[in-house]
Design a protein around this ligand. Sequence first.
Ligand code: HEC
Ligand code: HEC
Length: 345
Amino acid sequence: MTLLFVILVLLSQGRAEAARASFPPPLPELAPPDAAQAELGRRLFFDRRLSGDGTMSCAVCHIPQEAYADGQALSVGYPTNKHWRNTPSLINTGYLSSFFWDGRSESLEEQALEPIHSVFEMNLDPDYLVARLEVDSEYLARFHDVFGSAPTRRTIAAALAAFERTLTVNDTPFDLFLAGDKTALSPQALRGAEIFFGERAGCARCHSGPLLSDGKFHNLGVGETDELLRDPQRRATRNYFLRRMGVEPMERDPGRYAVTKEPADLGAFRTPPLRQVAQTAPYMHNGSLETLEEVIAFFDAGGGDDTNRSPKLHPLHLSDAEKEALVAFLRSLSGAVPIARPPMP
Ligand code: HEC
Ligand code: HEC
């Protein structure tokens, strides 16, 4: 009996050590963006003149106090429109190499102009924005100071991207732990990390690397929500978007498929990075899961129902204590969010 107990303890210690060996390396430092560009980008980020009717700024949807997400299942849209996807946090987007839930944009600079001209986000032709900014003597002077010329689409995008590169969080308890502070994680969160990076739960099969994302696209079988199926405004926005991407409208969000047209990518979305995740509920590309507990229950059940579901998912049979430990680990991924403020009028 005692021998069996000793063997069991040794086995579980072995597993914990194996899991710890697969913890990711610490998040590398990002090269700091040019401070003057980032400061100009901050002004643009909060400026409602970046939208057609002067009501929308980036910060209306990416709210600094909400970790630059918005706390809603589905994003609001340009007035009289509604968006059909969840607003992602902008924390650590400076590290990413593909943007949007479907990865259709490949740099922060390329991404930045999209919401401006998108009819369901800010609805302003970027060329018209250039014309608006160059007759504003303050902006004109600032663009000259920072970029040596009047504003252009390229420099507007560069300034916004520089600002976004300042939005990093790399001081979470988990980061401190990875940097060597063995007391930074509570025992429960450490147990959660071992489960997360261990073989059985296998979260790190996709949430790998320092950002906890492989940057790839997977179909988890996250189902459509009633709101998406029923709300004509959200469906209209999605149908319009899909046609623009060269895909016939369908009764579901095809995710990555709209970009690659590969049947294997139907319903696949980019693995989200997880820093600050405790602050960015609701979860998934359509905000269909409200809490971290629901997310864990979803993975414990092996994901949702979809013929194209990733083979990396299967029922996990986690105990209640293991589920709670996973949630404690996910909560240890939050640190101090840099809160940018709008410039004084
Ligand atoms: C109407 C709300 C809204 C506005 C305004 C808005 N966004 Fe977004 N943003 C979203 C939504 C929703 C997504 C996800 C869309 C998708 O994946 O298809 C997104 C995605 C992003 C992403 C990609 C993040 C990632 O993890 O891939 C970045 C970066 C971003 N927005 C920056 C900006 C900037 C900069 C502005 C202002 C120029 C802006 N957004 C304006 C709602 C908005
Ligand atoms: C097969 C790859 C894969 C595995 C394995 C996996 N995830 Fe994910 N995870 C994803 C993808 C992809 C999404 C987004 C899916 C979507 O929106 O449709 C996601 C979403 C999430 C989210 C929501 C994040 C947000 O911002 O909305 C959390 C939290 C999360 N995963 C934690 C976990 C945990 C904990 C495990 C292990 C129990 C796990 N994941 C296993 C790929 C994976």
